[in-house]
Ligand binder design. Structure first.
Ligand SMILES: *[C@@H]1O[C@H](CO)[C@@H](O)[C@H](O)[C@H]1NC(C)=O
Ligand SMILES: *[C@@H]1O[C@H](CO)[C@@H](O)[C@H](O)[C@H]1NC(C)=O
Ligand SMILES: *[C@@H]1O[C@H](CO)[C@@H](O)[C@H](O)[C@H]1NC(C)=O
Ligand SMILES: *[C@@H]1O[C@H](CO)[C@@H](O)[C@H](O)[C@H]1NC(C)=O
Length: 185
């Protein structure tokens, strides 16, 4: 019994790790920098905090750094922004992109901290059948309020809404995603 719980949990954690990386990357990718899309490189995820009362009640806080290579001549400043990851209409993780400025034509590290509600994932009624079926579907959503600065004096306020459908094939650990992005200037 214990082993099965552990298997469930490690499975959930590795899927969620992958999911978070994908979710954060997609948010950044669809939002931050135009006209040239940035090059994004995720750094290893670090475990910041694990809160566990029992094998089925746990949540964890992860730190994720993404290196953004901004190839544009404009910088981008944004306010604190949240990213939400849902599994069958239940929020299973959220992340905070702390307010930051990405300088023009430079590499910059963005740090996020993500809370994963592991128990909500493993106790979801769909969890078992999805794991056996080999595919888990998630949705991510984020709203990012920012300001692009071009040529030092032209400023453009922008709000970016991104929603994604992310499917993860458990055995191959490969994510597949479709996103919709709406930019309001
Ligand atoms: C993490 O889980 C514990 C126990 O399940 C809960 O008391 C705590 O509020 C959770 N933390 C967050 C940030 O949700
Ligand atoms: C970003 O973080 C990585 C890993 O921590 C580090 O190797 C790299 O030098 C950092 N890059 C910048 C531009 O700070
Ligand atoms: C997961 O999403 C894929 C692609 O959108 C879809 O084909 C599949 O039916 C979904 N699976 C489940 C279990 O919802
Ligand atoms: C995600 O899936 C839902 C339900 O299948 C669909 O209505 C929605 O348009 C999809 N979103 C994207 C961005 O493809």
């Amino acid at each position: 019994m214990v082993t099965r719980k552990c298997l469930k949990i490690s499975c959930a954690i590795s899927v969620v790790l992958l999911l978070i990386i994908v979710g954060v990357m997609l948010t950044l990718y669809f939002t931050i920098l135009k006209p040239k899309q940035p090059i994004l490189i995720p750094q290893p995820v670090t475990l910041l905090h694990l809160h566990s009362d029992s094998p089925l009640e746990f949540n964890l806080t992860l730190g994720l750094t993404v290196t953004v290579d901004n190839r544009n001549y404009g910088s981008f400043t944004y306010q604190d922004s949240m990213l939400y990851i849902n599994y069958h209409d239940t929020e299973v993780a959220n992340g905070l992109l702390a307010a930051d400025t990405i300088p023009a034509r430079a590499k910059h590290n963005i740090s996020t901290s993500v809370v994963v509600f592991g128990d909500r994932l493993v106790t979801n009624v769909n969890f078992k059948s999805d794991v056996f079926g080999g595919v888990m579907n998630f949705t991510s959503s984020s709203v990012l309020h920012g300001e692009a600065k071009v040529l030092k004096f032209i400023k453009k306020k922008a709000t970016s809404y991104t929603t994604c459908n992310i499917s993860i094939h458990i055995t191959q650990r490969t994510p597949y995603s479709v996103c919709k992005n709406e930019l309001k200037l």
